[in-house]
Design a protein around this ligand. Structure first.
Ligand SMILES: *Cc1c(COP(=O)(O)O)cnc(C)c1O
Length: 373
């Protein structure tokens, strides 16, 4: 079976985890501090904070920015559900904006339209763009829009560690950048995540919120605010530290495989049986998702691919199609792109352990299935 994704764990990570388990230092500790420094250096960010998962990173960012009941935050239609869920969990409203067909990221024109036409009653506080599947497109544009309209910006960069838009590392353009280290992402620690910021005050707030609002002082522990426990363990941080030095090579390998996919898929593209995303420079290619023409039933294609030993799946959800967030005011807005991507998107196997020959097998299988169906 050619797997959709396959977490790569270097042997040194396994050794380090063993050492740490034997040392007894299991919760937040030296490995976490070192991983934070290394992540901040890798991204060129002032501060990094490791947390228990990507959703926790988004939650801390929203809480640190005092976003809650009475507020609204713009999210893209096409993303993993956590993006909209976490906004709503704080008591704020998730305002859904459709995405671009070429990048799958939030459409800048529709974003401006939503901002300019928002009449409340909630106060529009922030935008939360997603760099979908590692595509960095429009990152600098989103930053300019946030600045122009005086909104906070939280990047949901959960699947985009290592991507960059014209020299700006994904995660460093807004007030906060949030990453996930789930096994489906390129760098994994099992569960895990991080948030980065260049704002020291916001960093201190998020740090307190991460660990029960607790701070150590010479007198012991003081409780400075109401907080949570979103800490990462020391042994998970060790896994992340062992992977980080490989990340750029892995991304290069992923870009190479994506380019090969693009070349091999040209006949299916020309026959208008599929479309593929633009593969821009700086893309970290966490997922390679094509879009099937509307007459194909995706579940049939997934089933046929499985029979040929190829794992495939849908790419992400449409927030409007899920029906969970429809109490909001912009219910009359339509989401043609996000809903099409949700219906017809097909994620194909792509990970750094794959070979060019594997891509050939996937494309040949897909070719025979689509030309027969
Ligand atoms: C994976 C992902 C998340 C959630 O990350 P977890 O670590 O699973 O909590 C959120 N947003 C996006 C866009 C993701 O891809």
């Amino acid at each position: 079976m050619i797997k959709l994704s396959q977490p790569q764990i270097p042997e040194v990570a396994i050794e380090r985890v063993g050492e740490i388990l034997r040392s007894g230092q299991l919760v937040h500790g030296d490995e976490c501090n070192a991983f934070e420094n290394e992540l901040a250096a890798y991204l060129g960010a002032k501060h990094a904070l490791v947390v228990s998962n990507g959703t926790a990173a988004l939650h801390l960012a929203l809480l640190a920015l005092d976003i809650g009941p009475g507020d609204a935050v713009i999210v893209p239609d096409f993303t993993f559900t956590a993006t909209a869920n976490i906004v709503e969990i704080t008591g704020a409203k998730a305002l859904i904006v459709d995405v671009e067909r070429s990048s799958y990221n939030i459409d800048p024109i529709k974003l401006i339209d939503c901002i300019e036409n928002w009449t409340g009653p909630e106060k529009l506080k922030a935008i939360m763009p997603v760099l979908e599947f590692g595509n960095p497109s429009n990152l600098n544009t989103y930053r300019e829009i946030a600045k122009k309209y005086n909104l906070s910006m939280i990047e949901d960069a959960a699947c985009a560690l290592g991507a960059s838009d014209e020299g700006t590392m994904v995660g460093t353009a807004g007030d906060f950048g949030c990453f996930s280290f789930h096994p489906r992402k390129t760098l994994t620690t099992g569960e895990g995540g991080a948030l980065v910021t260049n704002n020291t005050e916001l960093f201190q707030k998020a740090t307190l919120l991460r660990s029960h609002g607790m701070e150590r002082s010479s007198e012991g522990v003081v409780f400075k605010c109401i907080g949570l426990n979103y800490r990462l363990t020391n042994f998970q941080a060790a896994i992340g530290r062992a992977i980080l030095p490989h990340l750029n090579n892995w991304i290069a390998k992923r870009q190479e495989l994506a380019a090969h996919y693009k070349a091999k898929l040209s006949s299916l593209i020309e026959s208008k049986l599929i479309t593929i995303p633009e593969v821009v420079s700086g893309h970290s290619v966490q997922t390679f998702m094509i879009v099937l023409a509307s007459d194909f039933k995706r579940s049939d294609v997934i089933f046929e691919l499985k029979n040929k030993g190829v794992e495939a799946n849908l790419g992400a959800q449409s927030m409007s199609a899920l029906g969970l967030f429809l109490h909001q005011k912009n219910i009359t807005t339509s989401y043609p792109v996000g809903q099409e991507l949700y219906q017809q998107g097909l994620a194909l196997p792509l990970h750094e352990g794959m070979k060019v020959e594997d891509v050939n097998i996937v494309v040949n299988s897909l070719d025979s299935i689509l030309k027969k169906l």
